[in-house]
Design a protein around this ligand. Structure first.
Ligand code: UCC
Ligand code: FAD
Length: 585
């Protein structure tokens, strides 16, 4: 019979070949570039402790956190409006894995570490390294953590006192029973970018000095959080409010009261999202939510800016970590999958494809670490004026640039698995769905490009000067190394053209600069990243791959603003022609 002959395709037999799946190992031990970065920068005593912790945590990510993250993806949150007896409860039901993620975040001190400052100026680099290992396995618990970190930062900057002292204690706790997460409710139906005109929520002062908030928050992520920061306009006794940015104040509120009842909040519905499905994102009606005003009246936007900075940095962490993870999985797969008679890794064109992804990821990683380093300096009061200017400038630059890189790299990364990269049950496609949001929330690419201009406009040239001298400083070592000389030259040339552009554009007016905003931000990203790669390649411990990566980065168009200007993209007539082109017909 067929069975006796062991014919492979019979009855339930589906053949004899099954592809071995790609697996992740300890992501710290598998990341030579991260290890080299830490070795180069951290003082030896700090390095010893940090690398031991990262190795331990890397093992926990693989053994425990990764499968919890997958469970969060497979069991998305649901909204229960009514209990069995018809009472309106608006309960957001999350899965056990999501709750466990919260406990792990506290146990690991994923927020606490940044505020304990055990490693002084290096505390942020340490925290960011840990979050970088964690993010792609975290089932998007990184989202509430980002906002929690942002809220803690706002509170620290405003002063840890009054009701905020209790909140700060919870946000930075290592005790899972005490640990709180925070939301960030800024977006309303009329505007998520244009918060100044979009915010309709109002605040009525109460006799005890607290406020009751009324309004509709259109996007609120991680709505199962314990507290939030939000914006509203104070309404006077005659029912008048001040419009625009100057009318907005910042409020803190606890989401539930001591009995666990919602604080004047109705959860209208949960959003149906392309990705980030692990996280509940809700539309909320605020109907008399009891809140504390925590900024001066009318200083809402300026006071929440610290939260924006921190959450944007977390966005960069997720972008870079997502790129690293897909590459690590793809290179594992390439050493297991045989096609056309050899492993995929032995096909030069496939290696070229992956090498390009690797260069992007290394560059983005160094940008992330540079920002973490600058933030660490700022938070320990060790930052120079130049460091502070760079932190302000590079945060939106890195957020907008790495968000785009992540989508491109992860998309190409999925292709490295062929058809399997498109199959939901491999757990791979979620990376792309989740990456797509990185360029939208926390400010779209255009809004962040305009924020780059805002940071320059406020400083009378000092921010740009800090950028140029920051780049020059990083090139010093590299310029004395012959293999890096021509790359340094390319970078110097791009920096020179950027300088010429900024002089020319002054005479062209505001519209030209607005049209140039995105290319300008890209130019800053490419030049600064190039300088970081060259600085890294010039270190005594650098490997030949560091030199190669820096050389490759510098061969791309480092100054897109120059080429686009030559193409007439910022001319007056471009405004009408762009519109005509888009709307013709
Ligand atoms: O999307 C959200 C949460 C998603 C879930 C969490 C993800 C976590 C990360 C991922 C990990 C997985 S929350 C919503 C986020 N929304 C935004 O990002 C808003 C986007 N729009 C903007 O950023 C706009 O540029 C606005 C709203 C900031 C513009 O507001 P205004 O009022 O028109 O701006 P002004 O008038 O220029 O600025 C008001 C003040 C000024 O200070 P003063 O008054 O002292 O001159 C500005 O300098 O705010 C200051 N300011 C800033 N300061 C404005 N932006 C900044 C900034 N980025 N840094 C410092
Ligand atoms: P719009 O502002 O309407 O933008 C539409 C388009 O216009 C964009 O391409 C934008 O770049 C462009 N545009 C706008 N202004 C300009 C300009 N001046 N120049 C050039 N181009 C411009 N918000 C919260 O407050 N809290 C949350 O927890 C939260 N969670 C979210 C979760 C998810 C999954 C998503 C997708 C969004 C979330 N948001 C949250 C909202 C998010 O921050 C906003 O969607 C985002 O800031 C964009 O605002 P908008 O949707 O109003 O778009």
């Amino acid at each position: 019979t067929l069975q006796e002959l062991k014919v492979p395709f019979a009855r339930t037999e589906t053949g004899t070949f099954f592809q071995e799946q790609p697996r992740i190992g300890n992501q710290y031990l598998e990341d030579a570039f991260l290890q080299r970065y830490l070795k180069t920068h951290l003082p030896s005593q700090v390095l010893e402790k940090v690398s031991l912790d990262l190795e331990r945590f890397g093992a926990r990510v693989t053994a425990e956190i990764d499968s919890l993250g997958r469970e969060c993806e497979l069991n998305p949150p649901a909204l229960l409006h009514y209990d069995a007896w018809g009472r309106r409860v608006d309960h957001i039901v999350t899965c056990p894995a999501w709750k466990r993620m919260k406990e792990i975040a506290a146990e690991e001190g994923l927020i606490a570490e940044a505020y304990e400052r055990k490693y002084s100026i290096w505390s942020r680099v340490q925290q960011v390294s840990k979050l970088y290992l964690y993010a792609p396995s975290a089932g998007l618990f990184t989202c509430p953590l980002a906002m929690t970190d942002g809220a803690a930062k706002v509170i620290e900057s405003l002063g840890i006192s009054g009701p905020l002292a209790k909140a700060f204690g919870h946000l930075t706790s290592r005790d899972p029973k005490k640990f709180w997460t925070s939301g960030q409710w800024m977006t309303e139906r009329k505007g998520g970018s244009d918060v100044a005109s979009g915010t309709e929520s109002v605040a009525r002062e109460q006799p005890d000095g607290t406020y009751c908030l009324y309004g509709f928050k259109w996007f609120t992520s991680a709505t199962d959080s314990d507290m939030t920061l939000t914006l509203a306009r104070i309404m006077d006794a005659q029912g008048r409010v001040e419009q625009g940015s100057k009318g907005l104040s910042l409020f803190f509120l606890e989401v539930r009261d001591k009995e666990g009842k919602l604080n004047g909040i109705e959860v209208q519905r949960l959003k149906q999202k392309l990705g980030t499905r692990q996280v509940p994102t809700a539309e909320l009606l605020l109907d008399g939510s009891k809140a504390h005003r925590i900024s001066a009246e009318g200083r809402g936007v300026a006071s929440i800016a610290n939260m924006l900075t921190i959450t944007r940095i977390h966005n960069v962490i997720s972008a870079v970590a997502g790129m690293r993870r897909v590459i690590n999985l793809a290179r594992e797969y390439a050493s297991k999958r045989v096609v056309f008679g050899k492993l995929i890794k032995d096909h030069p064109l496939h290696m070229q494809t992956m090498a390009r992804l690797e260069v992007e990821t290394r560059g983005a990683f160094l940008m992330l670490m540079e920002i973490a380093r600058l933030l660490g300096l700022e938070e320990t009061k060790m930052a120079s004026e130049q460091d502070l200017h760079l932190l302000r400038l590079l945060t939106p630059v890195a957020k907008l640039y790495t968000g785009k890189q992540a989508i491109a790299v992860i998309s190409e990364g999925l292709e490295c698995f062929g058809g399997q990269g498109y199959m939901e049950d491999t757990g791979l496609p979620v990376a792309l769905r989740d990456a797509q949001v990185l360029t939208i929330w926390e400010g779209t690419t255009n809004i962040l490009s305009l924020d780059v201009l805002r940071s320059l406009a406020k400083s009378q040239g000092q921010v740009l000067a800090a950028f140029c001298s920051g780049v020059q400083g990083k090139l010093e070592l590299a310029s004395s190394i012959s293999e890096l000389e021509s790359s340094v030259q390319l970078l110097q040339d791009a920096l020179h053209r950027l300088g010429q552009f900024t002089q020319r554009v002054g005479s062209k007016g505001a519209v030209a600069m607005e049209l140039a905003a995105r290319d300008f931000a890209y130019t800053l990203a490419r030049i600064y990243t190039g300088a970081l790669l060259l600085e890294h390649a010039a270190q005594p411990d650098a490997s030949s791959t560091d030199t190669y990566a820096a050389q490759r980065w510098c061969k791309q168009d480092l100054c897109p603003i120059d080429s686009e200007e030559k193409a007439g993209c910022y001319d007056d007539k471009a405004v009408s022609m762009d519109t005509y082109l888009v709307y013709e017909g």
